[in-house]
Design a protein around this ligand. Structure first.
Ligand code: CA
Length: 564
């Protein structure tokens, strides 16, 4: 409704004509049935310019869903879609957009916190059993879950148990109790069990991460903010409470949890934090065998390696993500003759590290999330690099995560306000009119000026980021080897610009090729087990299909191919 403007990058018309002949429109999710080409007319074109535009979808084999190997879409409900016109996104609005998420090819949703909270971001929970009234009701949430279940979309919730809100009754009751004690009195847990739910200490002002409990001699741990006191996850009474919380949501139909801030469970004591993660994972799987648990340990590869010892399904892959991560660095070195090969080796190393600790575990790559800049900022302004970075993230393996709006190349950082969280959580850019479910965004957000067009415009543009990412997800979903396969670097492909990985799953291998350069590459198609491979899928950076002639694949600049 406000603050949203766009810089138009009107590239619509340039390449439509050349695609018309070769491209077929197929039905969603790789079901394989052929439909008539979809005719779409851009609203921005004048009558004289109007021409039919075919929406391109790659022809791919049937999709096979692996239960815990999915394409996840991270949703910040506040900014996603508004159903009642108050400018705040809500669960009904999200439910109305499930067609969009499903059509994009996502079969998992990470729901950022929806529990009752005092803030717009809702990472300070005041009631672990309630839905925040800004987002709707429990009935809205159940309706959302039902719709997801019908679409085979797994929903994982943010489980924020490192800390609660300082307005949570556990904390307010404990604080009131401690304030009423005389200086000589020690707290008695039979009088107030909630004192044990937090880390209260008396008279030690120099403790790092502790803040004063006003009106008392006590300090309490609050690693992030005094409004978010850290919970004492060693307390058996608290664990019993939290087990009730977890089973409440799992029994309702939630498919698992994203664990917020696992490093801070016991800040500076990773062994203790690993034990807490193990307790959560074991408990959730005892309630629901196929629960999926992914943790946020914002740290180096060595540190993350240790957290995998907990038995958790996945940990977010921070070393490959963000502006200084391995993916972005590799793409900044595009065309140097070696960054492609190095990226392939790094992927193999990282995934081998995970499997060596826990064969059941898998990676959780993401390029951006609600806490970091978006790809259009750190890979832009080149449209090609923003697209290619997303392709690497989606195809590198594991459970891939896509932050809402990445598929449109939304911006996450605003000039003059680098790093400001609110701007990374801007309204989903449905259109330029501010209607049709557009939200107003976080209260302190700056004016966000997007680099690329809105969904309404991109959906009619075959060269858009939107169609590119949608097709990349289709490639991923069509070949379970991509998400789930065990990788080896394909030594047959000698060109160091090409990220070349064999991916083997369930006795079948595919060869994934990603051209990390702006040069066209002629790739002689290799043999495997005495048989020449064939092209399973090939996508150019502008949305064109790749071709094979006389045993040679033309891998266009930043082109991606799967040989099978
Ligand atoms: Ca609303």
């Amino acid at each position: 409704m406000k603050r949203i403007r766009k810089i138009s990058r009107n590239i619509k018309k340039q390449c439509m004509g050349m695609m018309l002949g070769a491209i077929l429109a197929l039905s969603g999710c790789g079901s394989g049935a052929i439909q008539e080409p979809t005719e779409v007319v851009s609203e921005e074109t004048t009558e004289a310019e109007q021409e039919s535009v075919q929406v391109m979808e790659l022809e791919l084999p049937d999709n096979r869903v692996d239960d815990n190997n999915r394409m996840y879409y991270e949703v910040f409900v506040y900014s996603f879609a508004d159903s009642d016109g108050d400018g705040i996104g809500d669960l009904k609005g999200l439910t109305e957009r499930l067609d969009y998420i499903e059509d994009l090819g996502c079969n998992g949703i990470w729901l950022m916190p929806v529990n009752a909270s005092t803030t717009y971001h809702k990472y300070d929970v005041t009631d672990y059993y309630a839905i925040d009234p800004e987002y709707g009701t429990l009935e809205d949430f159940q309706a959302f879950l039902k719709e997801c279940e019908e679409r085979h979309i797994k929903v994982i919730m943010d489980l924020v148990v490192n800390h609660s809100s300082s307005k949570h009754p556990w904390f307010t009751e404990a604080a009131e109790y401690l304030r009423a004690l005389s200086p000589e009195q020690e707290p008695d847990l039979t009088e107030c069990p909630y004192v044990d739910y937090y880390h209260f200490v008396k008279g030690e002002a120099d403790l790092s991460g502790y803040v004063k409990l006003e009106g008392s001699d006590y300090y309490y741990e609050a690693q992030f903010w005094d409004g978010m006191p850290d919970l004492n996850l060693g307390s058996e009474a608290l664990r019993t409470e939290l087990e009730k919380v977890m089973s409440y949501w799992l029994d309702m139909g939630v498919g698992g949890f994203r664990l917020d801030a696992v490093k801070e469970y016991y800040t500076g004591h990773p062994d203790e934090s690993v034990e807490v993660i193990s307790w959560i994972v074991d408990y959730c799987k005892s309630v629901k065998e196929d629960a999926y648990i992914v943790g946020e340990a914002w740290d180096s590869q060595n540190a993350i390696e240790h957290y995998y010892e907990s038995g958790i399904d996945s940990l977010f892959n921070f070393p490959f993500a963000q502006s200084d991560g391995i993916i972005a660095k590799s793409i900044r070195s595009a065309g140097d003759g070696k960054a492609g090969r190095a990226l392939a080796e790094d992927i193999v190393d990282y995934h081998t590290m995970i499997r060596d600790i826990n064969e059941q575990a898998s990676d959780a790559p993401f390029l951006s999330n609600h806490d970091v800049g978006r790809a259009s900022g750190f890979l832009g302004p080149d449209l090609e690099k923003v697209k290619f970075g997303n392709a690497v993230n989606i195809l590198m393996g594991g459970n891939a995560f896509l932050y809402y709006g990445e598929e449109l190349g939304m911006v996450g950082s605003v000039k003059g306000a680098p790093g400001k969280d609110e701007n990374k959580r801007a309204p989903m850019y449905w259109n330029d009119n501010g209607d049709d479910g557009m939200t107003a965004g976080p209260p302190d957000m700056d004016e966000v000026v997007h680099r690329f067009e809105s969904y309404e415009q991109q959906k009619e543009d075959n060269e858009s980021i939107y169609h590119y990412i949608r097709n990349i997800i289709r490639i991923r979903n069509a070949y379970p080897q991509i998400g789930r396969g065990i990788e080896t670097v394909a030594q047959e492909i000698e060109d160091g610009d090409i990220v070349a990985l064999w991916k083997e799953y369930d006795g079948e291998s595919v060869l994934l090729l990603m051209n990390n350069s702006d040069q066209e590459k002629a790739v002689s198609i290799p043999e495997r087990d005495g048989r020449k491979l064939e092209l399973g899928a090939g996508l150019g950076i502008s949305g064109e299909e790749l071709t094979v002639e006389d045993g040679t694949l033309t891998l266009t600049p930043f082109g991606v191919a799967v040989l099978k």
